[in-house]
Design a binder for this molecule. Structure first.
Ligand SMILES: NC(=O)c1ccc[n+]([C@@H]2O[C@H](COP(=O)([O-])OP(=O)(O)OC[C@H]3O[C@@H](n4cnc5c(N)ncnc54)[C@H](O)[C@@H]3O)[C@@H](O)[C@H]2O)c1
Ligand SMILES: [Zn+2]
Length: 379
């Protein structure tokens, strides 16, 4: 698959779909079953090509055991990795210490400026591995191979890399775009139900805010008890959600107004996540509760048709996500709402929806009665 200079895309012989992320240096999200198993060919087709070279794997032990062999086979013709860095699983791998240890491994392995870091894992791995790539030798190339649904449609795309500090999540980081993102839906087959749900929240967010076709696809599709979809529907859902993320990233690589659409359900969702000490709710679950809250807020303020709000809530339930039972009253969430990065003049900016393609930004004071009622409706 090649990105042509005018931004078009040439399909290679293999069946893979490509979503071009039009940043300063555009890069493709190459999506298709088996893509990880033919990674070398995909990377050789980049412009400029990424041929065999010194490289390091960044992953976690669980993911490396499940899917490392597929990727290694896909990089046949490449030398053995100079280092295989296995971060602690999940958020524990996304720390300053883990990133520092990874950097020291890269240094001891003698990875050079022409080397590449290949991140195989969920968002924690691509965030921390991408961060290591961003700062090692002041920046080396990296390639993301997401293995969670959340990673495939969100975390692996857009160039936000970083780690958590004990003082808070995502407090240290850098913008560093990958050379390519390889999304192989077959790697998701081993995801536990909670990880599927976690990712669906972001896909449903895109459907509700900006893609009526995706909304219909998700309504027609029948998730398995674990939360998977049959391959064709899954691939299309991932492609459309990736496209939405890529479009918004392209508008402005840094935080821009357009990027706020991705924030739908997140202002309240982040507050719920933080109020639960990041342990009670996974990000996607908190976002689902946040979405249910802003749907109610939209209905109360005359922005969201009641029938649309119910349709959206039904979709969340269908994919196993909570729409009530957050466990938090308005007073519990207020301090966290004010900590949100999107606060303007002391008032959180909340994204409401009038339907797909019709996001509406509104500022609410933390004491707003409609906001309180909406938070109570999901408590
Ligand atoms: N950079 C961004 O723009 C961005 C966007 C959204 C989220 N994030 C970040 O992503 C992180 C969350 O990522 P996540 O939800 O992908 O979770 P994760 O990376 O924490 O992984 C969750 C768990 O799933 C396991 N796992 C991963 N792939 C698997 C597979 N294929 N089969 C079985 N188990 C598998 C992992 O070992 C881990 O235990 C958060 O730190 C969040 O801040 C970043
Ligand atoms: Zn999110």
């Amino acid at each position: 698959v090649k990105a042509t200079p005018h931004g078009g895309v040439e399909q290679a012989a293999e069946a893979a779909r490509t979503v071009l992320v039009r940043t300063g240096r555009p890069y493709p999200v190459v999506l298709g079953r088996g893509v990880a198993g033919r990674a070398a060919a995909v990377l050789a087709g980049l412009e400029p090509p990424l041929g065999p070279r010194g490289w390091a794997l960044v992953s976690d032990a669980a993911v490396a055991a499940l899917h490392g062999p597929t990727l290694r086979a896909g990089l046949g013709g490449w030398p053995a990795p100079a280092a295989a860095v296995l971060l602690p699983q999940g958020e524990g791998g996304k720390t300053w210490e883990a990133a520092g240890a990874a950097l020291r491994r890269l240094a001891r392995a003698g990875l050079g400026r022409g080397g590449v870091v290949v991140c195989l894992g969920g968002g924690a791995v691509t965030d921390a591995g991408g961060f290591a790539a961003a700062v090692f030798l002041r920046g080396v190339d990296h390639v993301n191979v997401p293995t969670t649904l959340l990673g495939a449609v969100d975390a692996a795309i857009g160039g936000k890399t970083g780690v958590d500090l004990p003082e808070g999540k995502n407090l240290a980081g850098a913008f560093h775009q990958p050379r390519a993102v390889l999304v192989d839906p077959d790697l998701l087959a081993t995801l536990p139900p909670r990880e599927w749900r976690n990712g669906w929240a972001e896909v449903i967010k895109v459907a509700i805010t900006s893609d009526a076709g995706l909304l219909e696809l998700l309504e027609r599709a029948a998730p398995t008890p674990a939360g998977a979809l049959e391959p064709a529907a899954l691939e299309t859902a991932i492609e459309r959600a990736c496209r939405a993320k890529a479009d918004v990233v392209a508008v402005d690589e840094r935080e821009a107004d357009a990027r706020r659409v991705l924030n739908f359900g997140h202002t309240v969702g982040h507050a719920i996540e933080a109020a639960g000490d990041f342990a009670r709710w996974r990000h996607g679950e908190a976002v689902a509760l946040g979405i249910a809250c802003v749907l109610e807020l939209g209905v109360r303020t005359g922005v969201t048709p009641a029938a649309f709000a119910e349709r959206a809530r039904e979709l969340l339930r269908r994919y196993g996500l909570p729409v009530s039972g957050s466990g938090f009253a308005p007073e519990d969430l207020a301090p966290f709402l004010l900590r949100d990065k999107k606060v303007q003049a002391g008032e959180p900016v909340v994204v409401l929806t009038a339907g797909p393609g019709r996001p509406i930004l509104r500022r609410f004071s933390p004491g707003d009665p409609d906001l309180h009622a909406a938070i109570r409706s999901v408590a």
